[in-house]
Design a protein around this ligand. Sequence first.
Ligand code: URA
Length: 483
Amino acid sequence: MRVARLDSETDFEGWRGHARSLLCDGVPPEDVTWQVGESQDSLFAILDAPAPPRDPAYKPRVSKRFLADAKLALCHRDPERFGLLYRLIHRMQDDADLLSNAVDDDVIRLNALVKAVSRDRHKMRAFVRFRAVKGERDTFVSWFEPEHRIVEENAPFFVRRFANMHWSILTPERSAHYDGKDLRFGPGAAREDAPDGDALEDLWRVYYGAIFNPARLKVKAMGAEMPRKYWKNLPEAELIAPLIAEARKVEDTMVEAAPTPAKRLADYAYPEPDLPPDDALAALRREAAGCAVCDHACHATQTVFGEGPLDAAIMVVGEQPGDREDIAGRPFVGPAGEVFHAALAEAGLSRDDLYLTNAVKHFRFIPRGKQRLHQSPKVGHIDQCRWWLKAERKLVRPKVTLAMGATAIRALSGRSIPVAEARERGFDCFDGRAGLATVHPAAILRQVDERDAATMRASLVADLYRAREMADAAVPALSLSGS
Ligand code: URA
């Protein structure tokens, strides 16, 4: 038995060093005990620091994706996580594709840890509220109670977002301090160490009161989005009960009032995605993994994010992942994917040439016995999920955009346009670029009449071919309306 000692509960580098030397020495997972903190006397061989590998030529196999997941999973409170991660990396030496096996128990556990930590990280980003402490230079202090050990992992986000402020985030186990230059970490604190109430709180209340829409009140969904355990530290939370109580009255007044002119999608302000410069798309994908905004996200196995090269000239947008995509975590790998791949090949394109994504990133279904029956996303889901599509488009900047089916057209244009009309005339995307439309591969599969299916297949191939020609000719993707 070997005992691998780690400096702290989140000592990722320590875990990685031990895992490397244990793998080099061929130590099976069941022969390792992971210990955090000072070594205790032990009958076993203690590895205080990772031992130099006995065989320096041996290079363990490890993917970037696994390391990114492992770093997040390590922030979870599950005491078994060090062993789980070592078992996975040990197994991956003989099975490089292990992580794609979404029904493997270890992979399921890893995904659950990553999802829980990502969600907690997301909530911390949304619910940290700073209070000003007056001094020579104003400092902003906040109190937050995360579920997992995410302070160190999450602090760089706050550095980027509040780069010009001096701030501290206090939590029961760890605190983070930033002085406009350096980020430091210290021990945990108590609730009383953080100040209560300041002028900023009034601002939060005004903001929350202003964005609260009584006509859209869904108390259950609100509870999922802003769980009660965070309320005690949110200044705006005290408004929730009175606003709900008032909602019916205000709704009646809104119904009676004259309608306000509809806003164009482009008029809405979207928050900018927060992206580290080095690997923005991977960071975005990781953020999306924790997204639980829509009501069906918690039933899906995982977020199915877009994939493809950042410099892809063509972006193809589908509807939402299906059953197979939900399990594999990749778009278009099921039956609709087969139709799509065949059409791509006929149009002289390959999947690697494209950035391929979906309008909605979680599988929506109803269970029927052992089956999960696809349900189309509602307009609200499409609109909620557009945030990710918008962020993807900012990074990829395709020359040509092809929407497959009505959901993708709605997501990209913000309007419900019939597929035939959008196919004929094209449409304007929310970012001012032109969009092409085509039929959805799944619609071809649903055709009962063979001739109808063949006609639709030919349309899909022709539209893909047209997209390819436009990309080859580098036709700039300007808005159709010229604005
Ligand atoms: N249908 C879609 O729209 N997207 C997929 O990823 C799979 C099926």
